[in-house]
Write a protein that binds this ligand. Structure first.
Ligand SMILES: Nc1nc2c(ncn2[C@@H]2O[C@H](COP(=O)(O)OP(=O)(O)OP(=O)(O)O)[C@@H](O)[C@H]2O)c(=O)[nH]1
Ligand SMILES: [Mg+2]
Length: 198
């Protein structure tokens, strides 16, 4: 087991335990869930708005003053609940907000964890992607802000990264919508792969 996995299991927060029937899932809607995570200021909320449109509700996470936005998205003809979480740098939280973001991942067991990163700063961002993968979470990596990366002369080979990491990797510009159709398709495929027969 990875070090992250060991630490989380010591904390009683073992990795993704499967998507159905383990009795731990919070089922307010019964819909499959997509949790958007990532560092502050990488475009998570713009991505959330693109996926959900105007149909979001903002509420405090139970027992806290940290707000989580939830909305619905239609992807590949299926309705999903999408959650926008506070910015976090690591699965081992320092701030209350990071703790809530981790709780969303580990107690709500989303079918997809969409890790949004700034394509200009991949070196700084990818260690968290590896943590999420090592914790056994169903990760899709979104390389956002590729417009700014390109302007800075940074070209990222998403397909190669996908091969190396073994997870879907999609390049986007959330503000203009570039790559969002591909992202929707890959999210739908990934959630489909993770779904249970029952
Ligand atoms: N150039 C460019 N700007 C972007 C892109 N995506 C988001 N932004 C901008 O980046 C800023 C931060 O976006 P947010 O969606 O608020 O980022 P966030 O990750 O939700 O931030 P926190 O909630 O603070 O963690 C905003 O000014 C967005 O307009 C993109 O693809 N390209
Ligand atoms: Mg935000």
């Amino acid at each position: 087991m990875s070090l992250v996995g060991k630490v989380l299991s010591v904390l009683g927060l073992g990795g993704h335990g499967g998507c159905c029937g383990d009795g731990m899932q919070i089922k307010e809607t019964g819909l499959k869930k997509v949790a958007i995570v990532g560092s502050p200021n990488v475009g998570k909320s713009v991505v959330f708005n693109r996926l959900t449109g105007a149909r979001a509700t903002v509420s405090n996470y139970p027992g806290t003053t940290v707000s989580i936005s939830r909305g619905k998205a239609r992807i590949d003809g299926q309705e999903f609940e999408v959650m926008d979480t506070p910015g976090m740098y690591s699965l081992l939280p320092i701030t209350a907000e990071e703790g809530i973001a981790r709780s969303v991942l580990l107690t709500e067991k989303p079918e997809v964890v969409l890790h949004v990163v700034d394509a200009k700063n991949l070196e700084r961002m990818l260690p968290f992607t590896l943590q999420l993968i090592e914790a056994g979470l169903p990760v899709v990596l979104e390389l956002n802000m590729t417009d700014e990366a390109e302007a800075a002369g940074i070209k990222v080979d998403a397909r190669r990264l996908e091969e190396v990491l073994g997870i879907p990797v999609v390049a986007t510009v959330a503000t203009s919508g570039r790559g969002m159709d591909v992202l929707r398709r890959r999210l739908g495929e990934h959630a489909g792969n993770k779904s249970c027969a029952a």
